[in-house]
Design a protein around this ligand. Structure first.
Ligand SMILES: Cc1cc2nc3c(=O)[nH]c(=O)nc-3n(C[C@H](O)[C@H](O)[C@H](O)COP(=O)(O)OP(=O)(O)OC[C@H]3O[C@@H](n4cnc5c(N)ncnc54)[C@H](O)[C@@H]3O)c2cc1C
Length: 246
């Protein structure tokens, strides 16, 4: 275990997500039956139609496309933030059923995330941080021992000494509409660095699966004035430039 880095995998998504969305939208505007609609959708590219749909902001049809991610190498601090997104579905590694003392077998310390600003201070700072994680491991193992080392009922209390830095992994599913909202908030410079890095990686992955749906996705300031008002990072032009080539 020890220090871990972010890893995001797009595990599954609605087959032909853009055709599925186009189907839902066309159904709203057409008298044709489902079979005819399906044939029509398959017969030609739906990109232009979808592009218009996104411009109009008719977004309910994009809820028909869902995307499931495997996320590893993130902190419990990130977990607290991402689970605030209520339209998403989550499965998260349990600190009750999975003992961190077991994790100690590899190199004695549970998985953890080092904030880049601490890493940037250099090897001495990284060593100090790692030593602190080692100290916490000792505390954790001590409680496991004192509480009788009996699995779930021990782990659920021993974990109280674990830090926000402790690594977790999760499976997350969001539909495309929720993803657009998530990118809006979490690709923003005002979002905390870890969830911003995750959001950018998720955006990169879904852009290749559904390019038209996610073509304009990103922080709120891409499409209008910065929604952060007085809290703005003040770098709207820079952000817009970055997302042109993202
Ligand atoms: C930069 C930043 C700083 C933050 N700081 C803090 C902080 O200091 N403290 C804190 O507690 N949180 C903080 N948050 C979290 C924030 O308050 C939201 O909980 C989080 O961003 C999820 O947003 P959401 O509710 O819009 O998203 P979701 O839960 O994904 O919901 C999506 C949309 O669905 C609708 N919706 C969902 N549920 C309901 C409902 N029950 N009723 C009505 N409409 C609903 C809303 O339109 C909502 O925008 C921060 C977020 C960001 C991006």
């Amino acid at each position: 275990m020890g220090a871990k880095k972010l890893k995001v995998t797009l595990l599954r998504y609605t087959p032909n997500p853009q055709e599925t969305v186009a189907m839902g939208a066309k159904l709203c505007y057409s008298a044709a039956g489902i079979e005819d609609l399906q044939q029509g959708i398959k017969a030609k590219s739906q990109d232009a139609f979808l592009g218009r749909l996104m411009e109009f902001g008719h977004l309910t049809p994009i809820e028909h496309a869902s995307f499931t991610f495997g996320i590893e190498g993130v902190s419990r601090s990130l977990l607290a933030q991402i689970t605030r997104h209520r339209i998403a579905s989550f499965s998260v590694k349990s600190q009750r059923y999975v003992s961190e003392a077991g994790a100690a077998k590899e190199d004695d310390v549970f998985g953890y995330i080092i904030p880049p600003r601490i890493e940037a201070l250099g090897p001495k700072a990284v060593k100090e941080f790692a030593a602190q994680m080692g100290q916490i491991q000792e505390w954790y193992d001590g409680w496991v021992e004192k509480l009788g080392n009996s699995g779930e009922s021990t782990n659920e209390d021993a974990r109280f000494v674990l830090p926000n830095a402790a690594e977790t992994k999760m499976m997350v599913t969001m539909n495309a509409r929720e993803l657009l909202h998530f990118f809006n908030l979490r690709c923003c410079n005002r979002a905390q660095w870890e969830i911003r890095a995750l959001a950018l990686e998720m955006l990169r992955l879904v852009r290749s699966a559904a390019p038209v749906i996610f073509r304009e996705a990103g922080p709120g300031c891409l499409k209008g004035p910065c929604p952060e008002g007085l809290m703005s990072c003040g770098k709207v032009d820079e952000v817009r430039e970055k997302f042109k080539t993202f």
